[in-house]
Design a protein around this ligand. Structure first.
Ligand SMILES: [Fe+2]
Length: 289
């Protein structure tokens, strides 16, 4: 459980149908697809981006939109180089997902690309934003409305430094642990959040429960200490694919990471019964969207 290791070393090579079936079933079951031989290579002039000095003060990552090419979190004089590098990572990640998971091709949607040149270890932040604590991804201002969060990560550390994660217990166990203490939202509160622009779209009941689970996991230090977890070191020059709304994870240390987000409607899954949406609906015995 936890990791499914595969030997692909190309971003754009088709794979056998039998292998596609194995990979999609592992991914949707909550495993991390680990590709130790798949590296994202920088061009010579892009190596100057390997510095936390690329980050604007107050930003913990640089964000890129593959649709508009807009860059956030860096300086004007770096923008062209960042656009070139991040656009290439976005497009290679898309090729990779299409090749490994062709089932998703017709429904997969672009999310943002993120470049994280700062060291995680020792960063001070509020507990809600502290990704060194185990959590499933859910974001206060960006409701997914049930869509899956599918992410491709590449460790591009030039000093052979691994990206160190913890992987926690399966989603159903996480949900069973925290759901009983979660209260229903106040009437109309989610409409007000949308009206005030605090959420980018309507926070569905699903988003309410996911956000509560995310916050309660991070706030509960006994849980963080005692829950069964596994440490995984993702080496420099490796790549991994995870549905981060489903897999309990924490990023403990590491520097220089690229990450591409895709959104996937549950209807696009091979088996939507494995989604957090359907799992929570089953446990709560009510529709959440
Ligand atoms: Fe996360």
């Amino acid at each position: 459980m936890h990791l499914y290791e595969s030997n692909e070393n190309q971003w754009g090579s088709p794979i056998a149908e039998e292998k596609q079936q194995t990979l999609i079933s592992a991914l949707e079951s909550g495993e991390v697809i680990f590709l130790p031989h798949l590296s994202f290579l920088l061009q010579e002039d892009e190596k100057q981006l390997l510095s936390p000095a690329c980050l604007k003060a107050g930003s913990k990552n640089i964000s890129y939109s593959p649709l508009t090419h807009e860059i956030k979190g860096s300086f004007d004089h770096k923008i062209n180089l960042l656009q070139t590098m991040m656009n290439r990572f976005a497009s290679q990640s898309q090729h990779l997902i299409h090749n490994l998971f062709p089932h998703y091709q017709s429904t997969l949607q672009w999310g943002r690309t993120s470049y994280r040149p700062a060291e995680i270890l020792g960063r001070e932040t509020s507990y809600r934003k502290d990704d060194t604590r185990l959590h499933v991804d859910a974001f206060p201002s960006s409701p997914t409305q049930g869509n899956r969060i599918l992410r491709v990560f590449s460790n591009i550390n030039p000093f052979e430094k691994p990206r160190v994660w913890h992987l926690g217990e399966p989603f159903k166990q996480v949900a069973e642990q925290f759901l009983p203490t979660i209260k229903s939202p106040f009437p109309l509160s989610r409409n007000i959040l949308q009206l005030l622009g605090i959420t980018k779209s309507y926070r569905t009941l699903y988003d309410h429960y996911m956000l509560q689970i995310h916050d309660m996991m991070k706030a509960n230090l006994d849980y963080q200490r005692n829950v069964k977890k596994r440490r995984v070191d993702f080496p420099a020059n490796s790549t991994w694919i995870v549905m981060t709304d489903h897999v309990s994870h924490a990023a403990l240390s590491g520097q220089y990471l690229l990450e591409q987000t895709f959104n996937l409607p549950v209807l696009g899954m091979l088996d939507e019964s494995k989604s957090p949406l359907r799992t929570l609906e089953k446990l709560l015995n009510k529709p959440l969207i």
